[in-house]
Design a protein around this ligand. Structure first.
Ligand SMILES: [Zn+2]
Length: 478
């Protein structure tokens, strides 16, 4: 088998696998047996590649990643189970069941301060039940990467074409650049909502719900899916190529998501209308992923067409999501009153400050974890230190093990921050071409098309010169 034949097989196999997973997540019939078979095949193909070739380098590293995830998938599934059965409150209930890890975020939205603190503290104590699995998974992954002279951090840096020094500088500058205003905004918000200063259990996932509580009903009549499609059309981008699954099935995953089953011909978005206020951002986000996928040129080779860094992938989703924080857009396209648009944007900005501070801390933690080869037993302390520096909160270090991404993904976190910085560049360019209302402008649409269609050869895939200055400036002008 030559490389071309191999890449065709790899792509076909991925496509079948994504189709099964998509069906599973939208509540259609799927076969677990088939999934196991296809996962096995995908591991075999990765092994075959690594035995025969060293290049293209993005394929090399994706194959190492595939082997690592295939060989640690059992412990990952066990972690998902344990979180539901072991991370469980002895005292507090949600919908008459004890609060567990899975219902924690829904529980906190309407819980009393004291109850929230008790559940948080108890879950922190219970992390010892899941730690061995997380440790095992990270150590195993590191070993597999080492066999191929890689580590998860090196791999991440290579994918994003950025050096360790540059990424570190980007994160530290961003963290320090927004800190002063972040502290003011966070404190003003908890004073207003809770009549006190921020505390360690006021985490992002509590704040980003509670802050909108009184606005939820005002968004009832908005259908974000229709609006985002209309905007694509104005930009001369064709949304009809995206397959949108809007059917409400009982087992359908509640949040919208995008699945690139085959690029660029089979790109799907799952959506179930629930809470229009939350849906706006997530629908724009997922449709941003989808429009990117459908416009990648079909004649690009597999490695450029299908293998994108997370930083690049999140760029287009975050870009379209950012329309939901644009006052003119909200007023003129979604028909919000000026007052409501202002209220919504103010709160979104507050959440963005908390997000930036939290993700910067998380990212620096993950970098140190791999770069300094920190033993698992010391990671909680390091997490505590990094969050203290970025958020000025005394969070018990065990918290990272309770997060939904940090104990699962080997790196990932910095991608959102890199994407935010990219989005600042994109917006600047779009305004240059199309003015303040660039979403009405076909030239702006053409620019967006040009940076999307090149797959991982897009100029936005190169993060080597990325700086957080514009992002910081935009935030601090608020
Ligand atoms: Zn995304």
């Amino acid at each position: 088998m030559n490389y071309e034949e191999w890449s065709k097989k790899a792509e076909d196999n991925n496509s079948l696998l994504s189709n099964e997973y998509f069906n599973m997540q939208v509540g259609l019939t799927y076969s677990e047996e088939k999934i196991h078979e296809l996962e096995k095949k995908s591991e075999e193909l990765a092994v075959y590649f690594l035995k025969n070739w060293k290049e293209p380098e993005e394929v090399y590293s994706s194959c190492v990643g595939a082997i690592s995830s295939a060989r640690t998938v059992k412990s990952l599934l066990k972690l998902h189970d344990l979180r539901k059965t072991e991370i469980i409150s002895s005292k507090h209930k949600f919908k008459s069941q004890p609060v567990n890890w899975g219902t924690w975020r829904q529980f906190v939205v309407n819980a009393e301060d004291k109850a929230r603190k008790e559940v948080f503290d108890e879950f922190i104590q219970l992390t010892t039940k899941i730690s061995p699995l997380i440790k095992d998974r990270f150590e195993k992954s590191a070993e597999i990467f080492e066999e191929y002279n890689l580590d998860p951090l090196k791999d991440y840096l290579m994918e994003h074409k950025i050096s360790l020094e540059n990424l570190k500088e980007f994160l530290v500058d961003l963290r320090d650049g927004v800190k002063k205003r972040y502290l003011e905004v966070f404190s003003e918000t908890t004073q207003k909502l809770l009549k006190r200063e921020p505390k360690y259990y006021d985490d992002l996932y509590f704040m980003r719900n509670v802050i909108y509580n009184d606005l939820v009903n005002k968004f009832k009549n908005i259908n974000p899916m229709n609006h985002v499609k209309k905007t694509f059309v104005k930009l001369n981008l064709d949304p009809s190529k995206i397959i949108v699954d809007e059917i409400d099935r009982p087992n359908k995953y509640p949040s919208p998501f995008c699945s690139m089953v085959r690029i660029p011909t089979d790109i799907r978005v799952s959506y179930k209308a629930e809470n229009p206020l939350n849906d706006i951002k997530s629908v724009y986000h997922e449709m941003g992923h989808a429009i990117h996928g459908t416009y990648i040129k079909s004649d690009l080779p597999y490695e450029n067409r299908c293998l994108h860094s997370m930083g690049l992938a999140e760029t287009f989703s975050t870009f379209f999501e950012s329309l939901a924080s644009n006052k003119l857009y909200l007023m003129e396209e979604l028909n919000l009153s000026e007052e409501l648009a202002d209220q919504y944007i103010n709160r979104s900005k507050t959440i963005k400050f908390i997000t930036l501070a939290f993700y910067a801390g998380n990212s620096l933690f993950k970098m140190r974890m791999w770069n300094e080869k920190i033993p698992f037993e010391k990671l909680n302390d390091i997490y505590h230190q990094e969050i203290k520096k970025s958020m000025n909160l005394e969070i018990p270090g065990e918290y990272w093990q309770l997060h939904h991404i940090l104990p699962e993904s080997l790196m990932y976190v910095p991608s959102y921050l890199l994407a935010y910085a990219n989005v600042c560049e994109m917006k600047e360019k779009c305004e240059e071409l199309g003015g303040k209302r660039w979403w009405n402008n076909k030239k702006a649409g053409e620019y967006i098309l040009n940076v999307m269609e090149l797959g991982n050869k897009s100029p936005l895939a190169d993060f080597s010169k990325i700086k957080p200055d514009k992002l910081i400036k935009g935030m601090n002008n608020f």
